[in-house]
Design a binder for this molecule. Sequence first.
Ligand SMILES: [Zn+2]
Length: 160
Amino acid sequence: MSETELKECQYCGRKVSKLVPVTADDIQRVYPPRLAWDQACEDCLPKIQAMSRVVPEYSLNRALGYLSTRVPILTAGLASLAVVVTVLSGGTIIARLSPSMFVGIVAVFTGLQIIWVRSRDRYGSTHDLRWSLNSRPVVRGLAVFIAGILVLILAAYLHF
Ligand SMILES: [Zn+2]
């Protein structure tokens, strides 16, 4: 075979007689790779697929374990903060809410914001919601969110 019939694989630089297509699915993206990178040698394709495979970093059990220890700590912390704010403000109503309700709502939105910020980039590149939400920072945000809800419930029932 002459040199001119060989094609260069952009991924490993080798010149081979046959290149195989690299699809969007192979790289776990919405769009196919750009020109010249949309083909690879037969050795490279499995490596590309293996490197692109989206593997959840965080198992459900680990997430639940983290939440079960972190939510009570955060809730206690937020409730203490709510009591301090209530005492310092002398029970002044902030935006029609009691100070402890206010602290709870701030926590809920902070949690949602952490979840949003951490998952949007991943979702943007993979469009895989399961994987996007499956990370430690997102679970951390979820802990803040749940603690905020619990403080709101406590504030409503205990009127502190
Ligand atoms: Zn190659």
